[in-house]
Design a protein around this ligand. Structure first.
Ligand code: GRF
Length: 192
């Protein structure tokens, strides 16, 4: 165990596009005394993202970035992150693909959570596809981000049994519950 004296949390950013249940969960995790991260900023490409409410609720700065021009959006984000001395990024339901030149600035410091047992079901509609293919299990994966979609090295993965009566909705709920355990565990694994 690391000594708590002189313990410095890694200054982190969370990128979201939607509901932000993982964001909320990561904020709560970051408040724990032994958490390896502090969340200094929330970035969203979507001004209507429901998760943005956690910015006010937990007094964390937010920035909404228009991605009409991807390159300049990333440039703006980079500037903000450098100014805030961010050196760790958690993607949590962020619906934009970061370019390799952006990723290069944070080598091994950007992670993502995906609701499937990667390498299966990269991309969108994972639950519907898993159900359609009559999979017995699905799950979630936390992985390092590289320039290919949902393809970086796995940090942690957790299985969820698919029940006969599961729908995309029920499966999503079951998996989200697991995600909320897995994401903090993955952060601890790589930063503690
Ligand atoms: C989660 O299922 C996550 O795995 C995926 O997008 C969803 C985001 O949910 N990348 P939320 O916005 O954190 O509630």
């Amino acid at each position: 165990m690391k000594k708590l004296i002189g313990w410095k949390k890694t200054r982190s950013a969370v990128f979201i596009s939607g509901a932000g249940s993982n964001l909320k969960n990561l904020i709560k995790f970051s408040h724990k005394i032994k958490s390896p991260i502090s969340i200094e900023i929330i970035i969203s490409n979507n001004k209507k993202a429901k998760g943005l409410k956690y910015s006010n609720q937990y007094k964390i700065k937010k920035q909404i970035i228009n991605f009409k021009n991807h390159k300049s959006a990333e440039k703006k984000i980079l500037k903000i992150l450098l100014k805030k001395k961010i050196n760790f990024i958690c993607l949590a339901g962020f619906m934009k693909i970061l370019s390799s030149s952006f990723i290069k600035n944070f080598k091994g410091k950007i992670i993502n959570i995906h609701p499937s047992l990667l390498p299966k079901y990269k991309g969108l509609n994972t639950h519907a596809r898993a159900l359609q293919n009559k999979e017995k299990f699905s799950g979630c994966t936390v992985h390092f981000v590289n320039s290919k979609l949902d393809s970086g090295q796995t940090i942690l993965q957790e299985k969820v049994k698919i029940a006969k009566k599961d729908t995309s909705f029920s499966l999503r709920r079951k998996i989200l519950k697991k995600e909320h355990k897995l994401y903090p565990a993955a952060i601890k694994k790589i930063l503690s």
